[in-house]
Design a protein around this ligand. Structure first.
Ligand SMILES: Cc1cc2nc3c(=O)[nH]c(=O)nc-3n(C[C@H](O)[C@H](O)[C@H](O)COP(=O)(O)OP(=O)(O)OC[C@H]3O[C@@H](n4cnc5c(N)ncnc54)[C@H](O)[C@@H]3O)c2cc1C
Length: 464
């Protein structure tokens, strides 16, 4: 192709309304949204700021990069994240399919080789003739149909644009990510492989477990609570320049371990370090506490510390975490760190169709809406894309049945009490009650929720 032809194409691409749909943010929600819209035959522009502008947490140039854990959560049909996956499958999610294609062993969870996963997504997006990927920071919101999926680390300039659009400040709180360790550096004379509740006789298991005696545990808690943390200063400064920080709060579902430890010396032993369902084959007994490591890539040379988000300085992470039995010589491939989390006041601003109440051509998707987690972000990307496509084709946007996890999540984020609004993960608590005429146990209720979601979604989709 000649330079002149390239110039004409670029010029056409930069013209207003050349695209049917503009998606801002090529993360989990934006990537799913782009692939869905392309499937409906729309001409899509996907704007991703990386690598020109970085988020501080993403490390590659790939689209749909998983920034922390490599797990998309449970696959069990009687767990809410499992039901959400079942719904994603019913609705033809591309990213769920890619996740399954790049999965690594993780017991009953869907964990992926993060590089293979994001590479597969990037390749598929790049190969689509309906999708034009623009690598630049979006600072304005274009005319026409738009999906904003800039995620928890929305650039500060764009946060201001969103604030101007919505007429109020974006909210912020802080999350933390867990370290990743090189497998070769783990001492397997101390650590042992097992999944929780696995038969003691059977060898192997998907997790590497680092067992603590009582004395080792309390010594570790002491070191952890006294260790130096990275001050939040840089975030605070950024926030002051940008938008209001709602509060420098931590999200309860993703607390740094040092904060948890500070709440009480046994809180870790009842939290991420609980030993239930595990027997150490070296001692043939249950350890006092355990840290689990989960495989992070297909090759199996990287392991992440499950539930061990931290904001200790990198030097302190080496010093303190090398006191963990089995990690005396640990090599850290990635250190834990804190991150900013941005989400809008969805109860006030959004409809359950994920449209902005005042500007229905603008959709929000992903974590910025107040759904929490990878699968929820993918799912809202899918729904926003379906609805944007319907709007463009003069069809009414869809509100999913509240008996589905996705429908319930969209209902929750758009109806929650604004004064207490915090991101919400997939869970059965947000579903409408079952109205049984008898008492049912937890497991039976979970199965009934799962069956109801599957049936209602099937009927809903048949009637589209
Ligand atoms: C550090 C961190 C750790 C997390 N850990 C987990 C976890 O372990 N498990 C879990 O389930 N969830 C986790 N989450 C929460 C959430 O599930 C993920 O952030 C998920 O990736 C959200 O999907 P998303 O599509 O909304 O945003 P993202 O996947 O972050 O995608 C947003 C994209 O928008 C781009 N972008 C931002 N601003 C602009 C702009 N102005 N112009 C163009 N592009 C822009 C970003 O570069 C990014 O690629 C974590 C979040 C963070 C930040």
């Amino acid at each position: 192709m000649t330079d002149a032809l390239f110039a004409v194409i670029e010029c056409l691409h930069s013209m207003k309304n050349f695209y049917d749909l503009t998606i801002i943010g090529g993360g989990l929600a934006g990537s799913e949204a782009a692939l869905q819209a392309a499937k409906w035959g729309l001409n899509v522009q996907l704007i991703e700021m990386r690598p020109t502008v970085t988020t501080g947490a993403h490390i590659s140039n790939n689209l749909a990069e998983l920034v922390c854990s490599n797990s998309l959560g449970s696959t069990l049909p009687d767990r809410a994240p499992g039901v959400l996956k079942q719904e994603l499958r019913q609705m033809g999610s591309y990213l769920l399919d890619f996740a399954e294609k790049t999965s690594v062993p993780a017991g009953r969870a869907l964990a992926v080789d993060r590089n293979m996963f994001s590479q597969l997504v990037t390749d598929r997006l790049s190969a689509s003739s309906n999708i034009h990927i623009t690598r630049e920071e979006a600072n304005t919101i274009p005319d026409g149909a738009v999906i904003i999926a800039t995620g928890p680390l929305t650039s500060l300039n764009f946060s201001k644009t969103i604030s101007e659009l919505t007429g109020e400040d974006a909210l912020h709180f802080y999350d933390a990510i867990a370290p990743i360790i090189n497998f070769e550096s783990i001492n397997l004379n101390i650590a042992f492989r097992a999944s929780r509740y696995q038969n003691v006789e059977s060898s192997g298991g998907d997790y590497i477990n680092l067992p603590f005696t009582k004395a080792e545990y309390y010594h570790f808690v002491e070191l952890l609570t006294a260790a130096k943390r990275i001050p939040l200063r840089s975030f605070e400064l950024e926030v002051e320049k940008g938008v209001r920080a709602g509060a420098h709060e931590f999200f309860e579902g993703c607390l740094p371990v040092e904060i948890l430890a500070q709440r009480g010396q046994d809180s870790l032993a009842f939290g991420p370090m609980r030993p239930v369902g595990l027997t150490d084959p070296h001692t043939n007994s249950r350890p006092f506490a355990v840290i689990q490591l989960r495989q992070d890539n297909l090759v199996g040379n990287l392991y992440n510390m499950v539930g061990f988000q931290t904001n200790l300085t990198y030097g302190e992470q080496i010093r303190v975490f090398r006191n963990i039995p089995g990690l005396e010589h640990a090599e850290f491939e990635r250190f834990g760190q804190m991150h900013r989390n941005t989400f809008i006041s969805s109860p006030k601003l959004l409809l359950p169709t994920l449209q902005l109440r005042d500007r229905p051509n603008i959709f929000f998707a992903g974590q910025i809406t107040g759904v929490e987690g990878y699968a929820g972000s993918i799912a809202t990307g899918l729904l926003a894309s379906w609805n944007a496509s319907r709007l463009i084709n003069n069809q009414p946007p869809l509100t999913l049945p509240e008996t589905t996890i996705l429908g319930a999540l969209c209902h929750y984020i758009t109806h929650a009490d604004l004064s207490n609004f915090q991101p919400m993960k997939a869970n059965f608590g947000i579903l409408p009650p079952l109205h049984l005429d008898r008492k049912a146990g937890k497991l039976e209720r979970a199965q009934l929720y799962s069956e109801r979601s599957s049936k209602d979604l099937k009927i809903f989709m048949e009637n589209l």
